[in-house]
Design a protein around this ligand. Structure first.
Ligand code: ATP
Length: 344
């Protein structure tokens, strides 16, 4: 490896924050320190580049800055959306900031939107562009896992286990809405791990079938209730049902006099201390990002495939959203949901 040409790199966190982003920042700074490379942290996502003249938006990151952060959720660099990146003016300002600060490579931790930001900079700037997948949604193609997904799943499971206790006590029906933007990675993984009686997500439901679904759900809930006196939990992906879990509860009530409690887990899924899996993934990816820079790689996303860290072209990462495993969907649809309703 030849690190002699690389003197300074920039890093920012962008889009929705994800537990483990701090662990990735720490690993990158430690690795850079090892190779005598300086790291500039840009604050508030791409705003740190667009508005760099504001002194609070950028800072040299020292070992002291990243001490004691591996276990902290959120991001020490803050995150934000930055609509200016969608304009030529914003992109030009970003490039000026990178040039003014003598940045040789830019590392962005975020989701597909953030990587589209990197791709937009590509024709305008000659430095290296590296993405690290940090999003609880796990929807980036080309990597088995994204930083934050394992923690979000864990947080939601802990919450639903608690809901299950109270639901069991009162033999209640709960509809729990989970995050994931437009994909069901969190919903399917959490639903299966919590033995939810129903998992409703983009992968197994089309909104055109709304009325039919209400009739089907009402029938299945009634059958399950007749067969066993216990709770019934439906997990549902956010942005799936018009007006969300509360509206589905109301529709079930109106259609079949079924009393459901709606619960939106919301932002607790983004927060909290990263689980070991996310700390390790983030650390491996942070180190790999620095090594990729030294090796001269450009326009890539660091990824994990079959437990090995690798890199893939940024274009590939943003081309499609990663689909939820069909095996998981089939298992829930054909075995787990039916078993829960008819045999206990
Ligand atoms: P998450 O899905 O976890 O919220 P994300 O990175 O996909 O993360 P977005 O809000 O889609 O989040 O994007 C984050 C930021 O990336 C935007 O606010 C914007 O600054 C930049 N960005 C997104 N799309 C583009 C684009 N096409 N061109 C330039 N910049 C973009």
């Amino acid at each position: 490896m030849d690190s002699t040409n690389i003197k300074r790199i920039g890093i920012l966190t962008s889009g929705g924050d994800a537990p483990g982003m701090n662990a990735a920042i720490r690993a990158l700074v430690l690795a850079a320190h090892h190779y005598h490379i300086e790291v500039i942290g840009f604050y508030h996502g791409y705003n740190g580049l667009v508005y760099e003249e504001n002194i609070a938006q950028a800072k040299v990151l020292t070992l002291k800055d990243v001490n004691g952060i591996i276990h902290r959720g959120g991001t020490i660099l803050k995150s934000a959306r930055c609509p200016q990146m969608l304009t030529q003016q914003g992109l030009k300002q970003s490039v000026n900031t990178l040039k003014d600060n003598n940045i040789d490579a830019l590392v962005v931790i975020g989701g597909d939107g953030s990587f589209n930001g990197l791709l937009a900079l590509q024709p305008l700037w000659h430095g290296q562009l590296i993405g690290i997948p940090g999003t609880i949604d796990n929807d980036l193609d080309g990597t088995d896992f994204t930083i934050g997904f394992a923690t979000a799943v864990n947080t939601a499971i802990e919450a639903i286990d608690k809901i299950r206790d109270t639901a069991d006590a009162f033999e209640r029906i709960f509809i729990v809405e989970l995050m994931g933007r437009h994909s069901g990675h969190i919903t399917f993984n959490v639903g299966i791990a919590c033995a939810a009686e129903q998992v409703l997500s983009f992968e197994n439901f089309c909104i055109d079938d709304q009325q039919a679904k209400i009739i089907e759900l009402a029938k299945e809930i009634k059958t399950a209730k007749e067969n066993r006196h216990t709770s019934y939990i439906i997990v549902i992906a956010e942005n799936l049902w018009p007006d969300g879990a509360a509206n589905l509860a109301e529709q079930l009530n109106k259609a079949a006099d079924i009393d459901c409690t709606a619960c939106v887990l919301g932002h607790i899924q983004r927060g909290g201390s990263p689980v070991p899996k996310d700390r390790l993934l983030a650390t491996k990816m942070g180190v790999a990002a620095l090594q990729a820079i030294i090796s001269g790689e450009n326009n890539i996303m660091i990824a994990e495939q079959n437990s090995a860290i690798c890199s893939i072209p940024l274009e590939q990462a943003v081309q499609h959203h990663k689909r939820v495993s069909q095996q998981l969907v089939d298992a829930q649809e054909n075995i787990l949901a039916l078993t829960a309703q008819t045999q206990y």
